[in-house]
Design a binder for this molecule. Sequence first.
Ligand code: ADP
Ligand code: ADP
Length: 222
Amino acid sequence: VIENLSKTFRDKKDNEVVALHDINLAINNEEFVAIVGPSGCGKSTLLNIVAGLMSPTEGKVYFDHIETSKPPSVSVVFQEAGLFPWRTVLDNVKLGLENSDLSKEKIERRVNKYINMVGLQGFENSYPHQLSGGMKQRVGIARALATKPDLLLMDEPLSALDAQTRQILQEELLNIWNEEKHRTIYVTHNINEAVFLADRVVVLSRRPGKINKIININLPRN
Ligand code: ADP
Ligand code: ADP
């Protein structure tokens, strides 16, 4: 749940830049929410705050419906997969699980499951420089999913890819979502992608100096 969230930056001349103003948004379990809006409307800022990478100026983000006493886990996929070049595909996917208390066998099984899910079986021992852009992004997605996060955040995950690869990965993401139904926030400026993937499209508007308006569009799956 995102409650009364605001974020103000200061630019080089020390003027205030209001990136987000009084945002309220609740994401249900098993809901895929896409956030769209023009460049500069605050999409990335919102995602970074929810990920805990940035603190809000006002308001708060909290998780309900999560029964455990552990802090909620969040995985993020950015536009660039951010793989470690000296690590193989297998070891990159394993990254988020290395400090977990899972057994070695369980980690192996989990990592292999997600490598298969993104269609990279056979590439376990490849290094990132040996992979195409689409394949690197698949590794990033597998790494994010392998931790079984309470919330999956994606910031323009397909935007750096060519149109054809983008189309393919879009369909793969939908298949993966249908299998696992992660609670997801997906930031994109591509409205087609948002409509294709999401249960709900949140349109964030921005007129300089004015508060953000949020329009919710529900897209029932059939
Ligand atoms: P979007 O992802 O929708 O393009 P951003 O969240 O990146 O939008 O940016 C929202 C607004 O906040 C923009 O006006 C941007 O210039 C400003 N902004 C973002 N990050 C910073 C920063 N670190 N310092 C100053 N201004 C920033
Ligand atoms: P793109 O090359 O446009 O990013 P994809 O990532 O979707 O396209 O790759 C399509 C398929 O081509 C992959 O599933 C893979 O089988 C094969 N492929 C792409 N790059 C390589 C590579 N460097 N080595 C081996 N196979 C590759």
